[in-house]
Each structure stands twice: as structure tokens, then as C-alpha cells.
Design a binder for this molecule. Sequence first.
Ligand code: FES
Length: 157
Amino acid sequence: MSSVSESASNTASKSSFGAEHLAKAVQTLGLDKIQRHILICADQTKPLCCSKEESLEAWNYLKKRLTELKLDQPTEIKPGCTFRTKANCLRVCTHGPILVVYPDGVWYHSATPSVIERILQEHILGSQVVEEYVFLTHPLTHDFSVVQEEVKDCKSV
Ligand code: FES
């Protein structure tokens, strides 16, 4: 086999090898069942919105409570789940920890463990935004065709 065809063969086998692992990750993490995604500023390279210690305390609390409340995995009675991501910085850089819930697009400031508990109980479980800690609400559209039309409009300008 020539080196070019060997290379193509290796690429193909690596590709299918990766696809199996990716499919397993989708299943294990329940990526296709995500209803909400929470991102929080934590473990910052440059801690500006709060101290690194405060941000890590918030992140660890969020992870622990999502697990305890069984919100992080789909179950038989609850097919959707809430995904979480530790962002190094959400670029707001004041009044942290900063936390955002998508697709709702609700941005929270001062997301300490006690505020996170309220966000989980009232917003995630109760669908009631914790207004006193919200500084912006900007929901993302669920309709991908609307996004595609907007992109087309931008390109035609
Ligand atoms: S350091 Fe927290 S948002 Fe930038």
C-alpha cells in the first residue's frame, strides 16, 4: 500500500474510531437530552468578577447540587437534563460569579452557593427566574431556520 493510501486508510479508521467514542459521549453525557445549559465563570486565569476561591466554591456547589437533584442526567420520569460548563471568563468581569442559563438567556450576577440554590430550585425546577440577581434576559431562538434567515440577511447587506 502506498503511503498516500495508507494515510487515507489511517484517517478513515481514526475517523470511525473517533465517531464511536463521540457517539458514546453523546449517550453517556445525555447531550441529545439537554434542555438547559448553565455556564459559570470559574477558575479564572484573571479573577476579575470575584476571587478564584469564590468562583470555585460556586462551581463545585453547582456540580454537586445538579448531581444531588438528579438534574444532570436524563431519567425515566424526566427525559431532559441540565448541562453545566465551567467557563474561564464570561467577559462580564464584575459582580461575580457570573452565571448564564441557556436557551433562556438569563444572566445572573453574584452567583454564590445560596443564589445558585435558588436558581436551581426556582428557575431550573420551578421555571421562575430569580429576578433580584438577573442583570440581562436575552433568550436564544430555538428556531434554527430563523437564525439561518438572519445570517442570509446580514450577508446580503
Ligand atoms: S472574570 Fe468572571 S466574567 Fe470575567
